[in-house]
Design a protein around this ligand. Structure first.
Ligand code: FES
Length: 91
């Protein structure tokens, strides 16, 4: 199935690129931009991004298999605990 019509990228191409990148480096962070680059293409309109991401998430090789370091596990909570960003109440 064609995922990106601008660049004619299929779901097979995306899965092949992810599998290749994961085999080359088990610790790499795979992003849509890296998938485009691995396929020798670049996004144009961006209209395919939601389906592109959904296709990427369906690949079992997408997540990093290595455990996330403990000090990074709490990062999301630490960055979201800023109730006051020094903005005025009326802002
Ligand atoms: S449909 Fe993928 S960049 Fe336009």
């Amino acid at each position: 199935m064609i995922i990106c019509h601008c660049q004619t990228i299929s779901d097979y191409d995306i899965h092949a690129a992810i599998d290749w990148m994961r085999a080359a480096d088990p610790d790499t962070l795979i992003t849509p931009g890296k998938v485009y680059r691995a396929l020798g293409k670049a996004a144009e309109c961006g209209g395919c991004v939601p389906l592109f991401l959904e296709t990427m998430r369906a690949n079992p090789n997408l997540p990093i298999t290595q455990d996330i370091p403990m000090h990074l596990c709490t990062l999301r909570g630490a960055t979201q605990e800023k109730p006051n960003e020094r903005r005025q109440k009326s802002y």
